[in-house]
Design a protein around this ligand. Structure first.
Ligand code: PEP
Ligand code: MN
Length: 379
């Protein structure tokens, strides 16, 4: 099945003459004046390509503002007519989809609390059958890549091809500077599986506070994400939801001006040549690393056979501790992080135990084939 293999990249359907691609607007549509005025200020920046505003707000606790609902659709349409910028809002039910389609909303988004529920996503997907409207699917609140992919697939299977995956971070228990932890490895894992799928980042909901927005937005761009969603509001401190993370249109521009937008490639001959030279050096180092790992495993095999001959256990706790201590000290001296080198050592240790266990269990006393093969090399 060609699941998600033929999505249409955002640059092919979103009209944009500036970088980065940007979705902005208030967390919630509050009043017609608030939305239209914010939209006008955003339009004046010339940097916003899609206007956002939440009409139906899924709130963590009851008795909070839950959105103005359908009445705000005509305010959003007015803002679009005044500014010429297309509009997007969050949908959580088939009814929301239908009413948005009736009013001419340009792009729909599925929120993190809806993505977690396959029944809800399927209901939305069914309501979208035969409709050509772009859909943004935010990651589920929990760090479950398969659940995110599943939601994207449900929308794709309904016939929607203009799809954006939006990274908005993941909820967690305990302290963090973030409202939702970015866990960058999750959107990074999505990219190689679906190279055509556009991925946006929503720093506002990751950070939950203004002062972190720039660094998270920059990281998203550095990772090659296709665009950003940043909440903005005429008077952020007075916002009816997510007040701490919203910025004024002016602050939005200041933030954008500080962002470094880097290209993913270039035609510049010198650059391409230099890049190839650097890549070849990396290829060579990688080859040497793999040769050295094989050499190390070969010695591990010898060690296993020696322990077996002398009836000694595989796991030598003191030796493992010594390896961790000396290797992390060296790594530290060389500027490598402890976390990185520990990950490497743990993988090495696992493989080494596996090799030695195989040797211990080899009743014939002979050497397993793989070791025979490595023994015969010049390593
Ligand atoms: C929002 O965009 O305002 C929103 C509710 O987002 P999320 O679904 O990411 O929490
Ligand atoms: Mn919000």
């Amino acid at each position: 099945m060609d699941n998600l293999q033929h999505t249409i990249p955002v640059r092919n359907w979103l009209n944009a003459h500036s970088q980065p691609l940007l979705i902005s607007g208030p967390c919630s549509v509050e009043t017609e004046e608030q939305f239209v005025q914010t939209a006008k200020l955003l339009a004046a920046t010339g940097r916003v390509h899609l206007l956002r505003g939440g009409l139906w707000k899924p709130r963590t606790r009851p008795n909070s503002f839950e959105g103005v609902g359908a009445i705000g659709l005509s305010w959003m349409v007015n803002a679009k007519n005044e500014t010429g910028i297309p509009i997007t809002t969050e949908v959580a039910t088939a009814e929301h989809v239908e009413i948005c389609l009736k009013h001419g909303v340009d792009v729909l988004w599925i929120g993190a609390r809806t993505t977690v529920n396959p029944f809800s996503v399927q209901e939305i997907a069914d309501a979208l059958k035969g409709v050509d409207i772009p859909v943004i699917v935010k990651n589920p609140v929990n760090p479950d890549l398969q659940l995110w992919i599943g939601a994207l697939e449900r929308i794709y299977q309904s016939g929607v091809k203009k799809i954006v995956a939006m990274h908005r971070g993941f909820s967690h228990f305990g302290d963090s500077i973030y409202r939702n932890k970015p866990m960058w490895e999750i959107p990074i894992a999505l990219n190689p599986q679906y190279p055509e799928l556009s991925i946006f980042c929503d720093p506002s909901h990751i950070c939950g506070r203004r002062d972190l927005l720039l660094q998270v937005a920059q990281k998203a761009l550095d990772l090659g994400m296709d665009g950003l969603m940043l909440e903005s509001h005429l008077t952020p401190d007075m916002a009816w939801s997510d007040a701490k993370q919203q910025v004024t249109p002016l602050a939005l521009i200041e933030l954008l001006d500080q962002l470094q937008v880097r290209a993913t490639s270039t035609d510049d001959r010198n650059f391409v040549n230099e890049l190839h030279a650097l890549c070849s050096r990396i290829d060579k180092v990688d080859e040497e690393i793999i040769q050295l790992i094989a050499k190390r495993m070969n010695i591990t095999g010898e060690l296993g056979r020696y322990k077996k001959d002398h009836n000694i256990t595989i796991l030598q706790v003191d030796r493992w501790k010594e390896i961790i201590e000396t290797r992390t000290m060296l790594a530290d001296k060389l500027g490598l992080t402890r976390e990185f080198i520990m990950n490497y050592l743990e993988q090495l240790h696992k493989e080494s135990i596996r090799t030695q266990t195989r040797i211990m269990n080899d009743d014939a006393g002979g050497v397993p084939n793989r070791d025979n093969a490595t023994n015969s090399t010049s390593l």
